[in-house]
Ligand binder design. Structure first.
Ligand code: SF4
Ligand code: SF4
Length: 184
């Protein structure tokens, strides 16, 4: 006899499928979501990062905006410190870039998160979906692809909502006041 928890898990799997298809359809790449063997598993469980289509790659970002926070590097030790000061283009309430299309022109130090970045950037948060998949940890319950709800990343406290502040109005030499930890 199945328990309540088991039933919840099965319902959740259906929702995952529905949500993943919807996201892929929005991205105009419906056919690319599922594995080629037709198995009823979502793409993030069947593909490696370098096998994902551009639409799948984009949908993997959980929208936490942690990568939009300023980092400070100690020139002497090479240590990287994380701060809660966000890029001036980030809307810290919605955790969205306010000019995503022109971000590289406006913010030359904005980095594109590609496979090389995932494998080399020490400061990507452990919660980052790309890092999780690369390390074989799968996606957590709060990931919008799993929950079907873009708000769960905020509800779980994974996003920067509620604790980041914009770099607007701060001088560069003031950013160190907002260090929250060291990259591991
Ligand atoms: S840290 Fe990773 S999951 Fe979060 S916004 Fe950046 S790329 Fe997306
Ligand atoms: S330009 Fe946009 S995507 Fe890039 S770091 Fe700033 S807020 Fe994030």
């Amino acid at each position: 006899m199945s328990t309540q928890k088991d039933r919840a898990r099965r319902r959740s799997a259906k929702e995952i499928a529905k949500r993943a298809l919807a996201i892929a359809a929005e991205a105009g790449n419906e056919a690319g979501v599922w594995s080629a063997d037709g198995a009823e598993k979502p793409f993030w469980e069947t593909k490696t990062l370098d096998e994902m289509s551009p639409a799948e790659w984009d949908s993997l970002c959980d929208g936490c905006a942690q990568c939009c926070l300023n980092k400070l590097e100690d020139e002497d030790t090479g240590k990287i410190y994380l701060t809660r000061v966000a890029c001036g283009l980030l809307d810290v309430g919605s955790c969205r870039c306010t000019d995503y299309a022109n971000r590289f022109e406006i913010m030359p130090d904005c980095l594109s998160i590609d496979i090389k970045a995932v494998k080399s950037l020490r400061w990507l948060p452990e919660s980052c979906a790309y890092r999780r998949i690369d390390e074989g940890r799968g996606l957590a319950w709060w990931h919008p692809l799993v929950s079907g709800d873009p708000d769960t990343v905020h509800q779980a406290g994974v996003s920067v909502r509620g604790w980041a502040r914009s770099e607007k109005g701060l001088r560069e030499d003031q950013i160190a006041r907002f260090i929250i930890g060291e990259a591991c």
